[in-house]
Design a binder for this molecule. Structure first.
Ligand SMILES: CC[C@@H](C(=O)O)C(=O)SCCNC(=O)CCNC(=O)[C@H](O)C(C)(C)COP(=O)(O)OP(=O)(O)OC[C@H]1O[C@@H](n2cnc3c(N)ncnc32)[C@H](O)[C@@H]1OP(=O)(O)O
Length: 250
């Protein structure tokens, strides 16, 4: 199994469990996130955590060894659309969603974290929208969410430069909600959330969702998906992925 879903004291935790491949997303992980969305509808849930196994990576994006088989715009669109739909559902869940970024978050991994309301980033984690190095853009909605989250020039620079940043840099940019140095920092964040009644958290989340509905967030995500699918089909993308996969085989 590529993931687990746990529940304790009203907190549901989704853990990607593919550390050997840096928690890259395959179809099973996507199906797991869809299962999470279903389970999170239970009114007794007060908070969702998305994290991953090990310390090396939160998520390295799409599993290129699998998704490289998708060659055409239409094939790419199917995969991108399914992931973007589930991330939009996560973004608009009625309770706060926290990404605990336990290690590297790159490409689609950064998109998953950006779809969450809060990002707790361990101090050793490197993060970045590196899709540009593969001659594509973000394609799961994460670019649209980043433009919602950061100051415009910071978001655009982060997307266009396709670099990785340290946890402290991500805090300065406004992406990381907090940098975590130890388990105590981690516990303190959740303890302070638990002090407030769940109905209050739900009410503020409703306020954010109302804004996203009014500003056509879902339609903007759809445009991102379609644009990425066009780039996906091009040789520049397939050549860059060949290079990545061949490098690891050497
Ligand atoms: C598809 C959607 C698109 C989007 O819309 O956003 C994307 O997500 S594009 C994908 C973007 N991701 C990448 O380009 C992967 C980049 N990976 C890395 O930069 C690094 O692996 C890492 C995440 C920084 C971790 O580095 P490190 O700890 O040094 O590990 P390795 O690089 O040695 O990786 C170990 C192992 O895992 C394989 N790997 C890593 N990421 C992926 C991936 N996304 N897909 C497939 N395989 C991946 C890597 O090839 C190594 O394999 P072996 O050499 O066989 O052990």
């Amino acid at each position: 199994m590529s993931y687990t879903i746990g529940l304790k004291d009203g907190i549901m935790t989704f853990t990607i469990d593919r550390p050997h491949i840096r928690n890259a997303v395959n179809d099973e992980v996507t199906a797991g996130l869809e299962e999470l969305v279903q389970k999170a509808q239970d009114p007794s849930i007060r908070l969702i955590i998305i994290t991953a196994s090990g310390k090396q990576a939160f998520c390295s994006g799409g599993d290129l060894s699998v998704f490289h088989a998708l060659r055409t715009e239409e094939q790419a669109y199917g995969m991108l659309k399914r992931m973007s739909d589930v991330l939009y559902s996560i973004k608009t869940l009625p309770v706060p969603v926290v990404a605990v970024v336990n290690g590297a978050a790159v490409g689609g991994g950064c998109e998953i974290a950006t779809a969450c309301d809060y990002r707790l980033v361990w101090d050793h984690a490197k993060c970045g929208f590196i899709q540009g190095t593969l001659a594509i853009t973000s394609g799961w909605g994460g670019g649209t969410y980043l433009l919602e989250t950061l100051q415009h020039d910071k978001a655009l620079k982060m997307l266009s430069e396709a670099k990785v940043y340290t946890a402290n840099e991500m805090k300065e940019l406004g992406w990381a909600s907090a940098v975590i140095h130890n388990e105590q920092d981690h516990e303190e964040f959740f303890e302070s959330m638990k002090k407030i009644h769940p109905d209050v958290h739900r009410a503020y989340k409703e306020m954010a969702i109302r804004k996203w509905h009014m500003t056509g967030l879902q339609e903007r995500v759809e445009q991102e998906v379609r644009r990425c699918a066009i780039l996906w089909e091009k040789d520049a993308h397939h050549d860059a992925v060949d290079n990545f996969l061949n490098k690891s085989q050497k």
